[in-house]
Every structure is written in C-alpha cells, then in structure tokens.
Design a protein around this ligand. Structure first.
Ligand SMILES: [Zn+2]
Length: 216
C-alpha cells in the first residue's frame, strides 16, 4: 500500500511508494514538467509579487495540479489586508477550476473559516493548529480535513486535537522537514495507538475522497 504525503516541498524519487503533492511556488513554473502532483497558489508570504493571479489561472488548468495551495492568511507576516484580498480572489479561481484547497493559516482561523464557509470543494488545513471549539465546528462540515506533520514531533504534541479528529479526516505531511512521510505515520500511530496498516488504509480513502484517485 502507498504512503501519502499531502503537503511537501520536496520531490520523492519515482520508486518511493509515496504519493505526494509537492507545493510549487507559483513562479517555479518549470516544475510543471515533472511527473508528480503539485499544488499551486499564492502563498501568504509572497503576496507582493506581481502578475500572480493571471499565472495561477493558467496553471490550475493542468491536471497534475491537484489543489489550490498553499494559500491562506498569516497574521505574523506583512500586508494582512492584501493577503485577505488575494485569498478571496484565489477562492474565485479555485471555484472556477473546482480545486480542493490546501490552506496555510497562522493566527487567522476565524477569518479563514468565515471566508471558506461556502466553498463547495474539499479543504485541507495544512499544519493544523486550530482551537478545539473551531475544530469541532469544522468537523460538522463534510470534506474538511486536517493535516499534521511537524507538530507530531513536538514535546507538547497536540494530543487533544488528535483525539478529537477521527482518522477519516486526517492527512499527514512532511512539509519542509527532511524526514520522509513514513516517520510521520509512525509518530502519529505511536501517539494514537493505531496500527500503521489501518492508518495507511484510512488516509488512502481520504485521498480518494478529496482528489478522486484510488491509491489502495
Ligand atoms: Zn508548506
């Protein structure tokens, strides 16, 4: 069975048995030639670069671009108002291309939650750090998923959130870590006392639910 790395900035070798979505920053257009899945979007740290919306519309038509992302809001970075404006515009483009979202959110959960309220396609919060109550509300909606990676390795791993979110709403990610995704599976299974095969199976089903690819 395959491993799924829902959000990474690296490419795995062809024989790795990992299905991954590599986040290509919008202007790394040469990556579009590679033979793996990508997400493309205007990262909230890069809102100041010009002409990105036009380019994004072009790239999202590519079948290898499975998701619009990572997009979102980051309260610790400059130009919050511009971040909001570009986030809204990107939602319109995502709507047009029917793309799931991979979201980056730092200290702006209420804003993002209200802006994606009517978004009709699946949504994955990458490196999820929401509050318990927000999480419970989000779980009431179908097709909202929560991805964990770095946080699993912290001394204060988010056990309450992990206990709240059932495996059929979870993804795992290596993001910018050097570790392979298998380490995230092991850590998550160790923290939650799950069998690795069970989690591989659950995440494969989640991947199919969100992106329509059968990888069991
Ligand atoms: Zn990332």
């Amino acid at each position: 069975m395959k491993w799924i790395d829902i959000h990474t900035h690296k490419a795995y070798p062809d024989n790795s048995e990992v299905i991954f979505i590599r986040n290509a920053y919008l202007l790394e257009i040469e990556n579009q030639k590679e033979n793996y899945f990508l997400s493309n979007g205007i990262h909230p740290w890069k809102v100041n670069q010009k002409n990105q919306l036009h380019l994004l519309s072009k790239l999202l038509g590519n079948k290898k671009v499975l998701a619009l992302g990572e997009i979102g809001l980051d309260r610790f970075k400059p130009d919050f108002a511009l971040q909001v404006e570009l986030f809204k515009k990107q939602l319109e483009i995502g709507y047009q291309y029917k793309k799931p979202l991979i979201l980056h959110c730092v200290k702006a959960y209420p804003e993002i939650i209200s802006m994606i309220k009517d978004y009709p396609f699946p949504v994955v919060f990458h490196q999820y750090e929401g509050k318990l109550l927000q999480t419970q509300h989000l779980l009431e909606r179908p097709l909202v998923y929560f991805s964990f990676g770095k946080q699993l390795f912290r001394q204060n791993a988010p056990i309450v959130l992990l206990n709240t979110i059932p495996p059929n709403r979870i993804f795992l990610e290596s993001d910018t870590m050097k570790l392979p995704i298998q380490s995230c599976y092991s850590k998550y299974c160790q923290l939650m006392n799950f069998e690795p095969e069970f989690i591989q199976n659950e995440l494969a089903k989640n991947f199919e639910a969100v992106f329509g690819f059968d990888c069991l």
